[in-house]
Design a protein around this ligand. Structure first.
Ligand SMILES: Nc1ncnc2c1ncn2[C@@H]1O[C@H](COP(=O)(O)OP(=O)(O)OP(=O)(O)O)[C@@H](O)[C@H]1O
Length: 288
């Protein structure tokens, strides 16, 4: 599958940000995906969609070097993912932090910086503090950044996680449902921030989500995984009745209303706007 060149205002990064070739991931007999050839260009925004259990988080784990491919190759920012791969930012699935966690938000954000690069000298420390402060300001978290993170609201914690993921200026940003539990204003703030960053710095974004509509205007391509099958392409190519019916192996109708995508069909609970009521497709098939 080919990657279209992106038109971004500035893109100092060159080369593929993510490259998967003949990638297969299986847990025992269960094949999540196979024959996956997928490249992501610097600055590209890719939404990763699919029902529960289709392997979206597992894909991010592969890119983070936490999960080995069963076959094929993977490169992230030009390297095999794993320890020492410093070009990756990660926003994990939202989990409330332990209320007893005494670490300050500012320190949590600082963990996103690579210690080796910043050293312990005065300049290193000052640069580091300035970077952390800028990242905190960019998510508008200044008012609560010095409080213990365990006592912050879910939305406040999530904004700090975004700052932590971006503070090191990563070549690739991996997001696992980062908008979950955020109110509409914060959803907009977080998605705008990610969008600005990839346009200004050429950061490639892989954005796992069950809800395409909040990010639809930002999405260059979609990677849609269903029960071992997958399709990749622009929203216009993938979010069609024909493509989704083929992926889910059941009749699905895709309707666009006021710029939003709604999905109806035999399994009306496949709707992207009712994210947590997906049915597992009944019939399994080989990867496509
Ligand atoms: N380490 C593992 N060993 C065995 N099976 C696993 C492992 N990790 C994940 N799985 C299984 O692989 C499948 C895909 O899981 P994954 O978390 O990648 O799905 P997902 O698409 O992110 O789902 P959701 O939308 O529910 O978050 C699930 O059935 C899960 O139980």
């Amino acid at each position: 599958m080919t990657v279209r060149p992106q038109q971004h205002t500035a893109s100092p990064r060159t080369g593929g940000a993510v490259s998967l070739s003949g990638a297969r991931l299986a847990y025992g007999d269960r094949v999540l995906w196979d024959g996956l050839d997928f490249d992501v260009a610097p600055g590209e925004f890719v939404a990763v969609l699919g029902p529960n259990g289709s392997g979206k988080t597992s894909l991010l784990r592969v890119l983070l070097g936490l999960q080995k491919l069963t076959a094929g190759t993977v490169r992230v920012a030009g390297s095999v993912p794993g320890r020492g791969n410093r070009g990756v930012g990660y926003i994990p699935q939202q989990r409330a932090l332990d209320p007893a966690l005494a670490v300050r938000g500012r320190d949590l954000v600082g963990l996103g910086l690579d210690g080796h690069r910043w050293g312990i000298g005065f300049t290193g420390r000052r640069d580091r503090a300035e970077r952390v402060a800028a990242a905190i300001a960019s998510v508008d978290a200044g008012d609560f950044a010095d409080r213990p993170v365990g006592l912050l609201s879910g939305g406040e914690q999530q904004r700090l996680r975004v700052a932590q993921a971006l503070v090191g200026d990563p070549a690739v940003l991996l997001c696992d449902e980062p908008l979950l539990s955020l109110d509409l204003a914060n959803q907009r703030a977080v998605s705008t921030l990610i969008d600005e960053r990839r346009r200004a710095s050429g950061t490639a974004v892989l954005f796992v989500t069950h809800e395409i509509n909040p990010v639809l205007p930002l999405v260059d391509r979609i990677l849609y995984l269903v029960d071992g099958r997958f399709r990749a392409g622009t929203p216009d190519e993938v979010m069609t009745s024909r493509t989704l019916s083929s992926l889910y192996r059941t009749d699905i109708e895709v309707i666009r209303v006021r710029g939003q995508i709604h999905i109806v069909g035999a399994h009306s609970d496949l709707c992207e706007d009712h994210p947590h009521h997906h049915d597992e497709p009944r019939d399994r098939g080989p990867g496509s």
